[in-house]
Design a binder for this molecule. Structure first.
Ligand code: UTP
Length: 466
């Protein structure tokens, strides 16, 4: 039983967080243990600093004035530093040699989608109705088979998604991946604080309002849970990083990996050309010779609008969160920088009030602290940006149907359109009334479709190639 002089109570009081113990006397012994275990993970000094912004806040507006386009391999390059053929060969070699693994980040809460299960379990296959997780697993399996190698998939969960994700994989027999190919690890959390007072919020009388510490939490999680160590023992040198909500991504894309290797890059980022100056994507730029991402909300409009004489945007590179990361680079980032900086986001977070009743605010009331994986970019001495074709690589599921962009419907249409293109290239005519879907285990790309389709054909009804 704690008393008022307990060190944790004392510490909470010292930082003005004594509300954490306001229901203490009403809790059962088990509830007290639970609450104390959560409180013991809080770095009170850090929370205080983050709320009061006494850390160095980046002045993006003045940095943006110095932003230049990043060093990039563009789709329209007439004389790229490396040819696509050379990159493909190099990437394929690394995959065959067992040096590449996939990282899938799947710890987000899917708030915008309004889906209360892990987003990876959301069914997205336009004909097959397969889940996002299944799509990624099939893509890995297709790649493993093509290169005759076992490719591990490391899935990052958060306390919000961990148990349900593990159960899902177990129920679905790892979606065809071997036990030594699927590795699930859990990221850390951060407490949410009241936006006006900085008081740490409680989601019940015996637990804190904790949320995942952002996709950038991966750096600390990989290190602390010895994932890097076990991957290294397995011979892994490079990670292909993708987000669970983008089923268009090609797992361990050999071309991207090849460019990464030829450029001797530590962190490679696939980008797409922005459709318009103020598009809501992160801008990949170079500042003083280092790569950075400037969030659209931090990029002054006049700078976003800068264009060349042919009308093309100066800051053209939009982040789609597909990266290749060197294991050594990740390890040094984790050990030397104690992870990555935190960003603040104003969100609506349910909390218990002083009477112990749950309040569900209808407008943002809290600050959440999150790390972003792209903050690794400026830490890398060598980076390269590779342009991809948006319609081939990016169709994320972010919002619920009805929203203007990035909904399940948009994503399914993008999958159908891609597979239709591949089939038509192989001489198959697809009726506008028919939905088509290709399982990546059947064909990973347009070339493989071409090899499989022997003669011209016509598709009139919904068809799933598996
Ligand atoms: P987003 O923030 O775009 O999506 O994360 P979300 O978290 O799934 O949904 P919202 O924001 O609540 O609506 C992009 C990717 O990063 C992962 C997500 O799972 C998604 O794949 N992510 C995000 C994490 O793994 N951990 C986090 O703490 C946050």
């Amino acid at each position: 039983m704690l008393n008022a002089s307990d060190p944790w109570m004392e510490k909470a009081r010292q930082y003005g967080q004594e509300q954490l113990f306001q229901f203490w006397d009403r809790l059962s012994a088990g509830e007290q243990d639970n609450l104390l275990a959560q409180i013991a993970t809080i770095d009170f000094e850090q929370m205080h600093r983050l709320f009061h912004k006494s850390t160095d806040e980046v002045d993006w507006h003045s940095l943006a004035e110095k932003a230049e386009p990043p060093q990039a391999i563009r789709l329209s390059d007439a004389a790229p530093p490396f040819t696509a053929e050379a990159a493909m060969e190099c990437g394929e070699q690394a995959i065959r040699a067992g040096k590449v693994a996939m990282i899938l980040v799947a710890g987000g809460q899917g708030t915008r989608l309004g889906f209360d299960q892990p987003k990876g379990t959301f069914r997205i296959g336009p004909v097959s109705n397969r889940s996002l997780f299944a799509m990624h697993a099939d893509s890995i399996r297709g790649t493993s088979r093509r290169y005759g190698v076992s490719i591990p998939m490391y899935v990052m969960t958060s306390p919000a998604t961990d148990l349900a994700t593990r159960e899902y994989f177990e129920e679905h027999r790892n979606l065809g991946l071997g036990n030594d190919e699927l590795h699930v690890f859990c990221q850390g959390t951060m407490p949410a604080v009241d936006a006006t007072t900085g008081a740490i919020l409680m989601e019940s009388t015996s637990s804190l309002a904790l949320s995942p510490d952002g996709h950038g939490g991966i750096v600390a999680a990989l290190h602390q849970q010895k994932v890097l160590e076990s991957a290294r023992q397995r011979g892994i040198e490079h990670f292909f990083y993708a987000q669970v909500d983008n089923p268009l991504v090609r797992a361990c894309d050999p071309l991207l990996i090849g460019y990464h290797l030829l450029a001797q890059s530590q962190m490679t980022t696939q980008v797409v050309s922005k459709r318009f100056a103020t598009e809501k994507v992160g801008n990949v730029v170079a500042i003083h010779g280092r790569s950075h991402i400037i969030e659209y909300s931090d990029l002054p409009e006049a700078i976003a609008n800068q264009a060349h004489s042919d009308g093309s945007l100066k800051l053209w590179a939009g982040n789609i969160a597909i990266h290749v990361l060197d294991l050594n680079f990740l390890e040094s980032a984790a050990t030397q920088n104690n992870g990555l900086p935190f960003h603040r986001a104003l969100k609506s977070v349910p909390f218990v009030d002083a009477a112990g009743s749950l309040v569900k605010p209808s407008s943002p009331n809290a600050i959440k602290f999150e790390r972003f994986v792209f903050d690794l970019l400026p830490l890398a001495d060598r980076t390269i940006v590779v342009e991809g074709d948006a319609k081939e690589v990016f169709a994320p599921v972010k919002n619920a149907d009805g929203a203007a962009t990035d909904t399940p419907t948009h994503c399914r249409l993008a999958l159908i359109a891609q597979h239709k293109r591949w089939l038509e290239k192989a001489g198959v005519s697809v009726s506008d009334l028919a939905k088509v879907e290709i399982n990546p285990y059947w064909a990973l790309d347009a070339n493989e479709v071409q090899q499989k389709i022997q003669k011209p054909a016509e598709i009139l009804v919904d068809t799933y190639f598996a």
